[in-house]
Design a binder for this molecule. Structure first.
Ligand SMILES: *[C@@H]1O[C@H](CO)[C@@H](O)[C@H](O)[C@H]1NC(C)=O
Length: 255
């Protein structure tokens, strides 16, 4: 009995530890940066947990993993050292979702959200030429998975009411200049993200809370049983005492 409830508690504890309680944030929220631009990555805990420290992790394109403190401010980004995958991790091995950043030495970047966008949102993609003085219209082409899907003279294009079918690898090309690097756009379902999370949280609280409720009920039952047993014992004792007394009574007159 005690062993099985201990096992249940351990199982629930591991479930609790396995769920993500941290989000990785990126400011400004862009996947691509020119060399020497600045950005910062940090970990935001959804729920404070004592004894857990989250750090920003970075895997550069050569495969090397390094870590910042709880936030990672890069004031002058360099392609080799700051391009790569970023995520949050804690000392117990739990991780958040991740995203990729490209720092380029080239003349063109595509400003595309680095963090997942929500289904139904309008997403603006902006193509920037490093040396470009504004007001001078040049034709810009936008590519998804290697194919041109649109163009503009403003350098911007809007993806209206995005759905998961808009996910893919995006880049842009400015006429007469280079193309930007390629970056992935991730679209997250509106319902699934928020609802699933709250259902999970509710379930987790229920699951974590119920052992305490159960043990309280069990304790109550055990106490009641014990009291019953004691009562039974007491009544048996009194009845034997009565019998003994009766025997005494019976025996006494004859002696
Ligand atoms: C980041 O880039 C690496 C290497 O191209 C890839 O394996 C990984 O899936 C990417 N991560 C995300 C979140 O897109």
């Amino acid at each position: 009995m005690e062993m099985s409830s201990l096992c249940l508690l351990l199982l629930l504890n591991s479930l609790h530890a396995g769920s993500p309680k941290v989000s990785v944030t990126l400011s400004p929220n862009r996947s691509q940066f020119f060399k020497r631009e600045s950005f910062s990555v940090s970990c935001e805990e959804d729920e404070e947990e004592p004894g857990t420290t989250w750090t920003v992790m970075k895997r550069t394109d050569d495969g090397e993993v390094s870590q910042c403190a709880s936030s990672c401010s890069i004031s002058a980004a360099y392609p080799a050292t700051d391009s790569g995958e970023y995520w949050c991790g804690n000392q117990h091995g739990a991780t958040s979702n991740s995203f990729n950043i490209t720092v380029t030495a080239g003349p063109v970047v595509l400003e595309i959200p680095g963090l997942p966008v929500t289904e139904g949102d309008d997403v603006v993609l902006r193509c920037r030429l490093q040396s470009h003085t504004s007001g001078w219209a040049i034709y810009t082409a936008f590519y998804r998975d290697g194919n041109i899907f649109g163009g503009s003279y403003t350098g911007n294009i809007t993806l209206f009411k995005v759905s998961t079918s808009d996910e893919g690898q995006y880049k842009c090309g400015i006429f007469g200049s280079d193309k930007s690097p390629e970056s992935k756009l991730t679209v997250r379902g509106r319902g699934s993200a928020a609802h699933l999370l709250s259902v999970f949280t509710l379930l987790r609280h229920l699951l974590v809370g119920s052992p305490f409720l159960l043990s309280t009920i069990l304790l109550g039952l055990i106490c009641r049983d014990r009291r019953k047993v004691q009562q039974a014992k007491r009544s048996r004792q009194t009845s034997t005492a009565v019998i003994m007394e009766m025997e005494h009574c019976r025996v006494y007159p004859y002696t």
